[in-house]
Write a protein that binds this ligand. Structure first.
Ligand code: ADP
Ligand code: MG
Length: 335
């Protein structure tokens, strides 16, 4: 069906039908001039926004509309996870073109709704306009964290360890193998389409004493440089301790992709939406005892010194890693 024949109000009516996972916090949802939502005493409110434009942030010939919606919601939710918070309410703005049919937009919203349901987020409003350019979608997400407890980028201290959740480099490998039309790499492809923001782990890491936290949207080198600069410390990475899925190892080895080593995928890949951060050593020892099953690994340490990220090559040898600057790390190193 063409969007024009359904009209703006017909379209909004379709969106309205979805169930709210937490109706008790919503006094007025979609349908009035503003939504009215309720906050809990003793909680700080978090707000974040993310925008995606067709052709720049997603390729609609490569990614199904459901996953376009899912990924946009996931990227926003990940920013709340990176504060140690809990996501709560969302508004979505859509600039729609007539190039896609109603069914395409409905599928985008199904993906948005599915991700928001999974993480307990109420969709309480938005705006819909027509554009002659590309589709643009924007989510503004609200969340909450106990007062004064948000985990910032500036809290890393000398003596802390650097940790990461899950495995890294998957989303980039998923995208590249999809673009190349190569079969297999199903785990990596799924991370690219439907990343899993680490909300539960973010909250747990906050409770257990994480001193800084960031989500991996641009790659480890960028995220850890941000923590180093905000905290005015040196971060040292131990490449052998970075966890990888077998898809990333296999893709790097195949030579089909941008990088030839799993490490480069972790450093420069991005969009995995895992969490990286720091924690005092004593808290980390306690964490390992209390949560042995959780997928959180120590991958480095913090020292006083020039703000930046350094990689430990061999005993006594380190190299500075710019946020984006140094590609093909291993190939250069192999010379
Ligand atoms: P107004 O003219 O007051 O801005 P609209 O006609 O734009 O109202 O929207 C009507 C209702 O539908 C509002 O509650 C708005 O938040 C909601 N809404 C509009 N577009 C979207 C969208 N793309 N996604 C979710 N809710 C939407
Ligand atoms: Mg409006």
């Amino acid at each position: 069906m063409e969007l024009a024949s359904l009209g703006e109000f017909g379209f909004i009516n379709r969106i309205k039908k979805a169930q709210l996972p937490h109706p008790e916090t919503v006094a007025v949802g979609i349908g009035d001039d503003c939504a009215v939502y309720r906050t809990i005493q003793g909680m700080d409110q978090l707000v974040t926004t993310d925008m995606m434009v067709e052709g720049i942030h997603f390729d609609s010939s490569l990614l199904e509309p459901y996953w376009i919606g899912y990924r946009l919601a996931a990227a926003n939710i990940s920013d709340i996870a990176a504060m140690g918070g809990e996501p709560s309410q969302a508004v979505v703005s859509l600039a729609a073109t007539m190039e896609h049919e109603v069914e395409w937009y409905t599928a985008v919203y199904e993906g948005l709704h599915a991700c928001m349901q999974t993480y307990g987020v109420n969709l309480i409003g938005g705006d819909t306009v027509h554009t002659k350019g590309q589709v643009a979608l924007s989510v503004t997400l609200l969340g909450q964290v106990p007062r004064g407890q948000a985990v910032l980028r500036q809290g890393a201290k000398p003596g802390d360890i650097v940790f990461v959740t899950g495995t890294l480099g998957n989303a980039q490998v998923g995208l590249e193998s999809l673009q190349a039309g190569i079969d297999g790499y199903d785990f990596a492809k799924q991370v690219h389409k439907g990343p899993k923001p680490q909300v539960r782990l973010g909250q747990l890491l906050r409770q257990e004493g994480a001193s800084s936290l960031n989500d991996v949207s641009d790659g480890l080198s960028s995220e850890l440089n941000e923590i180093a600069k905000a905290s005015q410390v040196s971060l040292f990475l131990k490449p052998k301790d970075i966890p990888f899925h077998s898809d990333v190892r296999a893709w790097a080895k195949s030579g089909e992709g941008t990088y030839k080593s799993p490490l480069d995928y972790a450093l420069y890949g991005g969009e995995d939406f895992q969490l990286v951060g720091t924690m005092p050593t004593a808290s980390w020892q306690a964490w390992k005892k209390a949560h042995p099953q959780e997928p959180v690994r120590a991958i480095g340490y913090v020292k006083a010194g020039a703000p930046g990220l350094f990689i430990r090559l061999k005993e006594g040898q380190t190299r500075s890693l710019e946020a984006k600057g140094y590609n093909h790390f291993t190939r250069n190193e192999d010379k």
